[in-house]
Design a binder for this molecule. Structure first.
Ligand code: ADP
Length: 475
């Protein structure tokens, strides 16, 4: 079933009766491999070993750590095709998108290899004679991460790279649906020279068991989580006991707004990439469209022409642009939202067929109102519900009317409006005439119930560092 060139990458597929987890290809529902799982006591041993390894690692220079991270990057890129194939097999996204994710995931290794060398402290002018004040930055200790299935590699490297660069140990828990490509990337880290005890991925059939061990362990100083707001709340509560530092990248409900002065072709191109990439399964995907009354019909016509070109199918096949969603439960949930919107008065302008397997028909819904369930919930599927608006004030109110605040997008050519809207949107990220905003060099993160903290950018390293204030007296 697997035809991967680099056989060492498959060393992670260990079948062990009783303690193994099977991985399914969402495109075919076939089991593609089994991996060993770790019990609670094994995870505790891994933490103990990471603790020892980190004592050595924190003494290395940033330059030494950077050399290893850069080698890890190069190995990922040398194995880009194999990693992408593994990802498509377990996650479903089209091969071209998987390749893109491998490159995006690897980009964090370069970025944080560079940033590691810039973890500057500072000196502070003293207010009292005979003293000198300074700060230094030190690694926080053992960092843990829990990551989702929609970006199996990038969500691991986005957290592991700053952790290792800062001088921390890293223990991650990939999603149970998609651990294979993450395990393969960890294997490449070892080949690059990362000590085994310093970086480990653990899996257990019970995600909550792993979460509890991570949160409750006092030697673990940091938990970085990407996933749903529901689970984020549980983890933050569990981390309270040990006052653990957390980064939370949680759910989104991104508005995609097109004003009457927008470049419509640009807006449609942005909508396609923002909405239909990864079959609509990203936390920054456009979830709801607000189109100005005067360009509504034109936008819908142009978008429909583009959506009609999408090809749904197995992501390994040439020409497929929309793979399956992660499983049939996800599909049923998306179809339930479509049906609910229709029951509440929406019109299916395109798509809307119920497909077999884990496939969802790329769909456009018109006559959608802001108060419909499909606007309030995260769809996580290739469905675009389109609301009509006529005033900027009404638009801003609707756009901010959500508990979430991750990504938002709008299209306008008017510089006054652009500044006004960019400042008025209560979101951590705003795409202005742009539908694809993620990059390792910019701070990724949400406000409101979309989370706490930033990933990537210079801020991403600070999440794994503690600042220490030094006061020199008697001088
Ligand atoms: P998604 O909707 O993306 O699956 P989840 O929040 O359910 O989002 O899952 C994200 C990650 O959190 C996955 O690795 C999943 O296994 C893990 N997870 C789910 N529930 C818990 C929990 N109670 N404790 C710890 N991790 C959990």
């Amino acid at each position: 079933m697997l035809s991967i060139k680099n056989k060492t990458l498959l060393s992670c597929l260990i079948v062990q009766s009783n303690t193994s987890l099977s991985i399914t290809n969402p495109a075919t529902a076939a089991v593609i491999g089994h991996i060993a799982t770790q019990s609670k006591s094994e995870i505790n041993s891994i933490i103990a070993a990471a603790d020892i390894a980190q004592q050595q690692w924190k003494k290395t220079t940033a330059k030494e750590r950077a050399v290893i991270l850069l080698r890890w990057h190069d190995l990922m890129m040398e194995n880009q095709d194999d990693l992408a194939r593994l990802m498509t097999l377990e996650q479903g996204k089209p091969l071209a998108e998987s390749k893109g994710e491998v490159a995006y995931g690897a980009s964090f290794l370069v970025w944080f290899a560079e940033e590691a060398k810039r973890a500057y402290g500072e000196t502070i002018p003293t207010p009292v004679a005979g003293r000198r004040l300074a700060t230094i930055k030190q690694p926080i200790g053992i960092a843990t991460a829990i990551t989702p299935w929609n970006f199996p590699i990038a969500m691991i490297t986005r957290k592991a790279a700053p952790a290792l660069a800062a001088g921390c140990a890293f223990i991650g828990k990939p999603a149970n649906q998609t651990p294979l490509s993450a395990l393969a990337v960890a294997e490449l880290a070892y080949q690059a020279g990362v000590p085994k005890a310093l970086l480990q991925l653990v899996v257990n059939e019970s995600s909550s068991l792993v979460g509890e061990v991570f949160c409750e362990h006092d030697r673990i100083k940091k938990l970085s989580f990407t996933g749903s707001t529901r689970v984020g709340r549980i983890l933050m509560a569990q981390c309270a006991e040990t006052i653990k530092r957390t980064s939370m990248e949680l759910g989104g409900n991104a508005p995609f707004i097109v004003f009457e002065d927008a470049d419509l072709d640009l807006a449609v191109a942005g909508a396609m990439v923002s909405k239909y990439r990864n079959a609509g399964q990203t936390c920054v995907c456009a979830n709801r469209f607000y189109i100005h009354d005067s360009v509504y019909d034109q936008f819908v016509a142009k978008l429909t022409a583009e959506v009609a070109k999408l090809r749904v199918g197995n992501g390994l096949e040439d020409g497929v642009t929309v793979g399956p969603v992660i499983d049939e439960n996800a599909k049923n949930n998306i179809n339930r939202l479509i049906q609910g919107a229709v029951d509440q008065g929406a019109t299916v302008a395109f798509g809307g067929q119920v497909l077999s397997g884990a496939y969802v028909d790329p769909t456009i819904l018109t006559d959608v109102r802001h108060d419909m369930d499909i606007i309030q919930e995260e769809i996580f599927g290739p469905v675009a519900p389109i609301v009509r608006f006529s005033s900027d004030e009404e638009l801003i109110t609707m756009a901010n009317d959500t508990i979430y605040g991750l990504a938002s997008y709008f299209y306008s050519q008017n510089i006054n409006r652009i500044w006004y809207v960019a400042e008025a949107l209560e979101y951590g990220m705003v795409g202005i005439n742009e539908g694809l905003i993620s990059t390792e060099v910019a701070p990724f993160g949400g406000v409101k119930q979309s989370g706490i903290g930033k990933e990537g950018a210079k801020e991403g390293l600070d999440e794994y560092l503690v600042q220490k204030y030094l006061c020199f007296g008697g001088l």
